[in-house]
Every structure is written in C-alpha cells, then in structure tokens.
Design a protein around this ligand. Structure first.
Ligand SMILES: [Zn+2]
Length: 355
C-alpha cells in the first residue's frame, strides 16, 4: 500500500465534545476576503451579507480582513464590504516597489495616512517581502532594513498594529526527505519548500530580522502571524513575548502545532494571555475550521483531528488535544486583546455581542 492511501482510524475511546459555537464572542484577527487568496474576480466569488451571516453562525462577530491592499484595490475592497464596515475591518498593504528610492519614506507615509482615512485599522506585511523580494543589488530584503522605518514609525504615530507573516513552518526550510515531518504537504505544494540556501534566506535569519524589527521599534505594535513564526518552539516565542511588550501573536493556521503539545501550549496561553489573538486564516470559501479551534481551546478532549474528519491531515500525520483554557484567558484571546489593538471599546463590544 502507498503511504498516501494509509489513513488509520484511531481506536481510542474518549469523550467527544461538539463545539459549533465559541463560549464567548469571537473577533477573527486573521482572515482573507480579497484577491490575495481568492483571485482577481474575488468579488463574484462570495456574497458579503451571506459571509457575515455564516461567520455569525460560528460566533464570529467581527473579522480582520488582511487583504485591504491600497489604491484602487482598497477602493474595490471597501465597495465589496460596503454596508458591513462594522463586521469587516481592513488591514492595508504598503507599496514596497520603490523602497530604495530616496523619497520612499514620505511616499509610504502618505499612502498609509490615506488608507487609514479610508478605514484601514492596521498594516499587513507578507512573506513575499522576506522570502521572494530582492533589492537592486540582488540581496534579499529584510524587515529590519532601516529604509522601511517609515512604515513602522507611521503605524506607531497612528496607533495601528503591523501584522507580519515573516517565516513559514520550520520544516519548510529543511530538505524534503524521509525525516521531514511535513513531507506530504511539501510534496503536494512544491512552492512551499525553501530548503535551497542559494535562493531563500535561512529560517534562523528570518527569526533574527523579526526580533530586530520588533526590538528597534518599541512604539510600534507588531502582531507576528502564525504564533510568532515559530509555533514549533513555544519556549522561543515566549521569550520574545517576555522581552518585547510591543509584540503580539495570532494563532492562525497553527492548531496542529499548538494542539500536539497541550501542556506547553496551555502554559503558553496562560502566561501570555494578554498578547495572543484568535485567528484562522480562513476565507469566505474555506469556512468550517472554527469549531475545531473552539474544541482545541475550550475542551479537555484528547487525540482528535485538527482538520475536518475524514481527511488526511494536511500539516503532518498527528492528532491534537484540548487545552481547556480558563474563561478569562479565552475572553482575552477571543476578543479583549483584539478590541484593544483595534481601538474598540470593550464594554460597548460586550453589551452588543455578549449581554
Ligand atoms: Zn494568512
């Protein structure tokens, strides 16, 4: 039998808790409603009202859309989400095309101010910057490049967070061989392999530039996506959170990592409950993961799939465990921390969604 056909079913008889809805209202801090994941014709792919109603069924009352982009793309995004401005909060992108030009600082500042005026409440920076982009000398671009300071300084000036996706799973930077725990995923997605040192920065280099960036801009709030780029090493992420009060992390698309180390994950959530944000990385056409997040965060269930039942787990062949987080921790992760970063009044939020 070929490995890809092997799909064993666990015989462990353990409690199964159904969690269609979260215990408290949720702000999903990491979603994609635009062309980055859905393509140029994204507007015709889903109906905004219907999407908002679907989210509400899962207890998600607000969602941060990381695909705000800028310029005409932002106008189109705003048009698409019109009438639902209270539900969908856009994060803008910055145009980095001319970042080596002498007037980049003033240009990018102007762009951020303009997008902020059009409702954007944060800045998104993606791994295209760190993994693919090269400067005019052929060198990879670093997030701690002083030429990008204007981006971080303007965010601090406006009091809006910068959400960064810098790295990718550690195994993506290792050779795709029999020891690689994400072998099947890399086999199915060859573009995600970054083991070639001549083409891609090392994982350690990315972590180093990430830390430099956070450290050298203490007045800027950074949300480093996917558990601070290193969900596999909660000890390291915890150290970073302890060192830098301006650092936050989201948990998007990292249930498989958090749920396979339930003891350390529970300690991590408890210790850093004020700096962790709920997020799923979902889109209007890939809903359905929310109940698994709730099951992992809220229950004591053991050894269950991190993806919808019946599928071969996409991020590696293991199962996860519940973290049974305390109510106060859950509230912070679900909405309180997000309210703070998005400047939403917590009491008004609670009155509206959790009365
Ligand atoms: Zn994402």
């Amino acid at each position: 039998m070929e490995l890809k056909r092997f799909h064993p079913v666990s015989e462990a008889v353990v409690p199964v808790t159904d969690c269609p809805r979260p215990r408290f209202p949720v702000i999903d801090f990491h979603t994609h409603c635009g062309k980055m994941l859905l393509g140029e014709n994204y507007a015709s792919v889903y109906d905004t009202e219907e999407y908002a109603r679907e989210l509400l069924k899962y207890g998600v009352v607000k969602a941060v859309n990381l695909d705000g982009l800028y310029g005409r793309d932002l106008d189109e995004m705003n048009q698409k989400l019109a009438g639902r401005e209270e539900t969908f909060l856009n994060f803008m992108w910055v145009d980095l095309e001319d970042f080596e030009e002498p007037d980049f600082s003033s240009k990018v500042r102007g762009q951020i101010l303009e997008c902020h005026k059009k409702g954007c409440c944060g800045i998104k920076m993606w791994k295209d910057l760190t993994l693919y982009r090269k400067d005019s000398k052929g060198q990879p671009v670093r997030t701690d490049d002083p030429r990008l300071d204007a981006v971080y300084d303007t965010a601090a000036e406006l009091g809006i967070p910068v959400l960064m996706h810098i790295g990718d799973p550690a195994a993506f930077f290792k050779p795709k061989d029999e020891k690689n725990e994400r072998y099947e995923e890399l086999d199915a997605n060859p573009d995600w392999e970054f083991s070639d040192e001549s083409r891609f920065p090392r994982f350690e280099t990315l972590l180093e530039m990430q830390e430099n960036t956070v450290r050298s801009h203490p007045d800027t709030i950074f949300v480093i996506a996917h558990v601070g780029s290193y969900a596999e090493n909660l000890g390291w992420v915890g150290e970073q959170l302890s060192k830098y009060p301006n650092l936050y992390v989201d948990i998007a698309a990292r249930l498989a990592e958090l749920g396979r180390v339930p003891y350390s994950a529970r300690r991590f959530f408890t210790a850093f409950q004020d700096r962790i944000l709920f997020g799923t990385d979902s889109t209007p056409v890939t809903l359905g993961a929310h109940p698994i997040y709730y099951r992992c965060l809220e229950t004591e269930d053991e050894y269950f799939p991190y993806e919808p039942e019946g599928e071969i787990p996409g991020q590696g062949r293991w199962a996860i465990y519940g973290l049974f987080l305390e109510d106060e921790v859950l509230k912070k992760v679900y909405y309180k921390n997000a309210c703070r970063l998005l400047h939403l009044d917590e009491e008004t939020f609670e009155e509206e969604f959790y009365g």
